[in-house]
Design a protein. Structure first.
Length: 118
């Protein structure tokens, strides 16, 4: 069982920045592929970014490339999502996810609201 807890969301003006954090339980965090998804009002949940266990490999949705950066600190069992130049269309509930066995994302956080005002 892996528990994920997001923090760092909130309200920000367009052009601003936020950093989301996700603290994970588990002794083998460095083996987990971690990621972020988001769901905007009235839209389907979408992939945002992912990072390998070592942190050496990352991937991003086209919509956030160059704008968001995913990183992790395995000593702190934490993954981050740095979000810059935020736009109103980035408004969504952001979910932290963990893949512990190389398949689908097995565990999801409860989600955290990010609201970007114009």
């Amino acid at each position: 069982q892996v528990q994920l807890r997001e923090s760092g969301g909130g309200l920000v003006q367009a052009g601003g920045s936020l950093r989301l954090s996700c603290a994970a339980s588990g002794r083998t965090f460095s083996r987990y592929r971690m990621g972020w998804f988001r769901q905007a009002p009235g839209k389907e949940r979408e992939f945002v970014a992912a990072i390998s266990g070592s942190g050496g490999s990352t991937s991003y949705a086209d919509s956030v490339k160059g704008q968001f950066t995913i990183s992790r600190d395995n000593a702190k069992n934490t993954v981050y999502l740095q979000m810059n130049s935020l736009k109103p269309e980035d408004t969504a509930v952001y979910y932290c996810v963990a893949d512990i066995d190389g398949g689908a994302y097995d565990y999801w956080g409860q989600g955290i609201q990010v609201t970007v005002s114009s």
